[in-house]
Write a protein that binds this ligand. Structure first.
Ligand code: FE
Ligand code: FE
Length: 193
């Protein structure tokens, strides 16, 4: 089933979502905004491209869109046992503002988790409790066919990098660059689209 996808038209609209709903809990310990900022800070620290930094910052925008639509707050996508498909909703909502180099890794960040769970035996145990819970709702580890399909997709390398920052960007109380500090980068990436 294709979820209803709201559309975002400008960088300011995207930022306004984070200003308005960013305080909502992402996981047990940290807010949506803190998770976004930590994920982006890890991308910057690894010298990622502007597009991939934007993807890191905005990868969970689907959760914020859900809140903006009046959905009940969700600590990760295990809202009452169904998958919100936040990765697809987010990527599609951003497609009018940002290029595929931003939306592609966002669309694949859940599949990247399912992929790593399938191919890396220690990975699943390393995930946060929330991420392990959502895994079941998201379909669990990919099967052999899913693994082959994922490996053939373009952009899996970026998706796996994003996934690693996503998994690490959950540290309670960590101070990182603020949302406004990404505004110029986002405008630049959007303008080039
Ligand atoms: Fe996510
Ligand atoms: Fe995330």
């Amino acid at each position: 089933m294709t979820p209803q996808v709201p559309r975002l038209d400008t960088v300011d609209e995207v930022l306004a979502l984070y200003e308005r709903f960013g305080a909502d809990p992402y996981d047990e310990e940290i807010s949506q905004l803190d998770h976004a900022l930590q994920t982006a800070a890890l991308a910057v620290a690894e010298g990622a491209s502007d597009e991939l930094v934007a993807a890191a910052l905005l990868h969970d925008v689907g959760h914020l869109l859900h809140l903006a639509e009046g959905g009940r707050p969700v600590p990760a996508p295990h809202n009452g046992g169904f998958d919100l498909h936040h990765e697809r909703v987010g990527a599609r909502a951003l497609a009018g503002v940002f290029p595929p180099a931003v939306t592609g890794p966002i669309a694949l960040h859940v599949e990247a988790k399912r992929y790593r769970c399938a191919v890396d035996s220690g990975y699943q145990a390393s995930l946060s409790a929330g991420s392990r819970r959502s895994l079941a709702v998201q379909g669990g580890p990919l099967d052999a066919h899913g693994v082959r399909t994922f490996e053939r997709r373009p952009g899996t390398r970026d998706a796996l990098r994003l996934r690693a920052w996503d998994d690490a960007g959950k540290v309670e109380g960590l101070e990182v660059a603020s949302l406004v500090e990404y505004r110029d980068l986002l405008q630049r990436v959007a303008r080039a689209h």
